[in-house]
Ligand binder design. Sequence first.
Ligand code: SF4
Ligand code: SF4
Length: 226
Amino acid sequence: MMLRDIHAAIEKIGCLTFTTLDGDTMHSRIVSVCGGDEEGIYFLTMDVKPFYRQMKANPHVALCGIYPSGRKEGKNKAGQPYFRPGFFLRLTGEVREVPEEEVRARAEAGSEPHRYALEDAARYPSMKLFCVFRGKGEIFDYDFEMENRDHKLLRTRFAFGGDTVHGAGMHIDPEKCIACGECFEVCTFKAVEPGDAYRILGERCDECGSCIQVCPQEAIGLSKTL
Ligand code: SF4
Ligand code: SF4
């Protein structure tokens, strides 16, 4: 997945939660992302805010957002909450403040987020531009009722700015698997592929753990975090 795909997903979401650390305490707030380019994802805040001070002390942030809506819209046939098909994006990364001279030079060169930052700083002098220049994350595309396809999830993991990411999903040890098919039967996400040794398709796996419960060989290992 390319940065432009991440920008397109963020553009659809509009505002995301940004989480920072203040000492040992996490703080989240909703932030409007003002654009992106080949370097990263841009957003603004004011240098008088705790958000600014937290990022200057610790540049690690976590972002999350959902499209089209996290609203529950009634119930499905099983009586569980119904969510319209969509996706959420989560990202953990590192930010840097973009110096004023760089904002000005990039704005003059035609960069839209930098031009926007310059205009906003003219209205609010303490406004500063930040860039998430390194990060890794996932787009978790869901269609739980399988309205538009024959499986519930499509998870796409990504990394940029030199970061690396692990694949999603549980793992089957082919040395231990006896191909009994129990995991295939129990998986409602259609994430298990039969074979001489069965295999889990990580991009479809919800990491629900049902397969681990039924495997007679303890052949299924837990997923890694991003
Ligand atoms: S963890 Fe859940 S979704 Fe993933 S393969 Fe096992 S049963 Fe399927
Ligand atoms: S339940 Fe365990 S042993 Fe059976 S097919 Fe799945 S991974 Fe292999």
